[in-house]
Ligand binder design. Structure first.
Ligand SMILES: CC(C)(COP(=O)(O)OP(=O)(O)OC[C@H]1O[C@@H](n2cnc3c(N)ncnc32)[C@H](O)[C@@H]1OP(=O)(O)O)[C@@H](O)C(=O)NCCC(=O)NCCS
Length: 152
């Protein structure tokens, strides 16, 4: 994929059906989000972006926002496009929004999710804690991770 083929912009309600399919592919054992969940997220004052190549949705990411903090609600890249820099681009788009708002960023990640943990560690996140059996129905544990607010 040439970088010029990738576009990152606001996630739209038209993208939601494909998002739900991707969720089932990537999170089969961890209660993948339904189309309704995505519609609620888009209507809920959160910051969501989608990555497209030639009009096809290949990834998405969402940041929940409050007056005090932000949290990565989801980030996903379809398996055929992983390891091509798309996840990094999506995360950096979320972090730029958090920095613009001066908010710290928090998240949960499965303790066995090496790709995602590596991505977060490379972008200023630190381990904060452990949530046993956080994911259901798999029962997998989660790390909580955080990145301080950028006050520059
Ligand atoms: C996590 C995820 C979004 C990363 O997206 P991606 O497009 O493959 O990632 P990128 O190509 O942008 O890689 C960025 C960094 O992530 C890390 N990374 C990505 N894949 C990795 C892997 N298989 N092993 C180790 N580190 C990896 C590396 O730090 C990498 O930086 P580098 O290329 O300089 O080494 C993707 O693997 C994914 O969708 N996974 C399934 C869904 C998921 O687990 N989401 C996170 C929920 S918390």
């Amino acid at each position: 994929m040439r970088p010029s083929e990738l576009t990152v912009g606001p996630l739209r309600h038209e993208d939601v059906a494909r998002c739900a399919e991707i969720e089932h592919e990537l999170f089969p054992g961890d209660d993948p989000w339904s189309e309704n969940s995505f519609h609620s997220e888009l209507d809920g004052g959160n910051f969501y972006v989608g990555a497209h190549v030639n009009g096809e949705l290949i990834g998405y990411a969402g940041l929940g926002l409050t007056d005090f903090e932000s949290s990565v609600h989801t980030i996903a890249v379809v398996s055929g496009h992983q390891r091509g820099g798309v996840g990094k681009t999506l995360l950096r788009t979320l972090l730029a929004k958090a920095d613009e708002l001066g908010l710290p960023v928090f998240l949960e990640v499965r303790t066995d999710n090496v790709p995602a943990i590596s991505l977060y560690l490379a972008h200023g996140f630190e381990h904060l804690g452990l949530r046993r059996r956080y994911y259901q129905p798999s029962g997998a544990d989660a790390y909580t991770m955080g990145r301080p607010a950028n006050r520059d």
